[in-house]
Design a protein. Structure first.
Lengths: 274, 232
């Protein structure tokens, strides 16, 4: 799936999932608290020990909430995970092979130097892998269940400056505008045989990029004129009609967070020793 | 260059957050001031934001640290609006990339803002200012500023990763390892981004010169300008 399709899909899922009508405050609170706590757990990492309990628990909970409760399509969820996981594996291999200190695991003699692979390097790499995957599952829960507009309203509620919220909404809109116009223009160029050779396709790409910028800018200026004509006074008003937040759910999340912190404290030093 | 969600261990992600926040707040203050003064600048600000989003999502996988190689686009934004406003815009862009593409993350946002939104553009902006003072052709200035802003972003990222994952206890060895891996893909990309920025800049000055003039980037000989010069 190409990038542009992927974020259109994510956007669609945010509006159509089973939790779309639930309070964004609850969803954001849950996802961000789980994210911050699970990432902070790395403070207790011990070199040479793979601590797998907390990240796996967080991953399982977030994934089952996303797929089970919010009923997000499984293939979309997997598609989202595919690219970051691929990059993560590459980076973790580098970490495992080149980094670390302390007890060596293997020493490979090379003509000019000895290449040492350390136990702590391996454990650091596996810990990092687990931490990133669990953090991603928290983040994906948030994006797949909560729309960007809701998040913008939320930002306004916590008194993020007006201009930033407004810029976020404009940028969000223009990203899609950018992609739309570029699709049309690429098609137009293809129809006019502008992609026939290597050199002409480079020239076409430069032309596309340049005129894309100008065209989007023109469109943006027209939007502003239209907004001014409709009484725009420097504030984009969106209806702030969040569904009410249930106190019991919030309490449940707080209890979950406390349990998670306890789990982290209890499982310090626990894990697979390399 | 975006460091992946959760990739930086504690305490590094918190430290980068703390470093970035005051600068971003200053940036927000500058954006508020600019948009109050010139409301018509908003579409350009937003387009530049969308442009940074799209251009920095064109990524090549890099072997380093949950990360990738890509053009940044923030150097161009720094030339147009200055580094502090670029910092504020890049916060929005990086949050969207983290949310929509899993490119970067919320915990690593502080580190990513610092490298792509603050340090890179600030250096690019300094180069642009110096080249302008020295009277070098604007196109060469744009090329140097954007290409170097792009490269510096990666130097800073390598430094952040080196601090978080010291090799055998040495930050410097780790830094040079990370930098070495980045250099493969990033040097050609930075040059390409420089050329691309020159093209965009020339198009903007051709078709939207009035905006560049209002931002005080270019002086275009219009009748009002010539009249002013004649008077003084």
């Amino acid at each position: 799936m190409s990038h542009s399709d992927l974020y259109a899909e994510v956007d669609k899922s945010a509006y159509t999932n089973a939790l779309a009508k639930n309070s964004p405050i609850t969803k954001t609170f849950f996802a961000l608290s789980a994210l911050l706590i699970s990432v902070s757990a790395s403070t207790f990492d011990v070199p040479g020990v793979v601590s797998f309990i907390v990240p796996i628990v967080v991953f399982i909970i977030c994934t089952s909430l996303t797929l089970g409760l919010a009923k997000v399509k499984t293939h979309l969820y997997l598609d989202l995970f595919a690219y970051p996981t691929f990059m993560l594996i590459l980076s973790c291999i580098v970490l495992a092979l080149l980094f670390g200190s302390g007890t060596p695991l293997i020493e490979i003699p090379l003509p000019w130097t000895t290449w040492t692979i350390f136990k702590s390097g391996i454990s650091m790499s596996i810990n990092t892998f687990l931490r990133v995957e669990s953090a991603l599952s928290c983040l994906f829960f948030l994006v797949l269940t909560t729309s960007i507009t809701d998040l913008c309203v939320l930002l306004r509620r916590i008194h993020i400056p007006q201009v930033m919220v407004e810029m976020s909404m404009l940028i969000y809109r223009y990203i899609f505008l950018f992609l739309e116009i570029s699709k049309t223009m690429t098609l137009a160029q293809k129809l006019r045989l502008k992609r026939s050779g290597w050199l002409s396709s480079i020239r076409s790409l430069a032309m596309l990029a340049g005129s894309l910028f100008i065209r989007t800018l023109d469109q943006g200026e027209r939007t502003l004129t239209a907004m001014n004509a409709r009484g725009y006074d420097g504030e984009i008003r969106i209806l702030d009609d969040f569904p009410s937040t249930r106190k019991t759910t919030l309490l449940g999340i707080v209890i979950f967070d406390i349990l998670l912190i306890t789990l982290i404290l209890v499982t310090t030093n626990m894990g697979v020793v390399l | 260059m975006h460091i992946m969600e959760g990739f930086l261990p504690s305490p590094w992600w918190q430290i980068w957050w703390l470093i970035s926040i005051p600068i971003v707040i200053y940036g927000i203050y500058k954006v508020t001031k600019l948009t109050k003064k010139m409301p018509e600048i908003k579409p350009l600000l937003a387009i530049v934001g969308a442009f940074v989003f799209v251009i920095s999502a064109l990524k090549l996988p890099s072997l380093v640290a949950g990360s990738s190689s890509h053009p940044t686009g923030t150097g161009f934004s720094a030339i147009l609006f200055g580094p502090s406003i670029t910092g504020a815009i890049s916060v929005i862009v990086l949050v969207f990339q983290a949310l929509l593409l899993a490119h970067g993350g919320i915990t690593t946002l502080g580190a990513n803002i610092f490298s792509m939104g603050i340090a890179g553009p600030a250096i690019g902006f300094a180069i642009w200012k110096i080249s302008k003072k020295a009277g070098i052709m604007p196109m060469i200035g744009v090329f140097a500023a954007t290409a170097i802003a792009d490269l510096m972003t990666y130097v800073i990222t390598a430094f952040q990763l080196g601090l978080a994952f010291p090799d055998n206890g040495s930050v410097f060895t780790a830094f040079s390892t990370f930098l070495g891996i980045y250099a493969f893909t990033q040097i050609p990309l930075a040059i390409a981004e420089g050329f691309f920025a020159v093209l965009l800049f020339s198009l903007l000055s051709k078709y939207k010169g009035s905006i560049l003039q209002k931002l005080g980037i270019l002086k275009i000989p219009t009748t009002t300008n010539i009249k002013k010069e004649v008077k003084t």
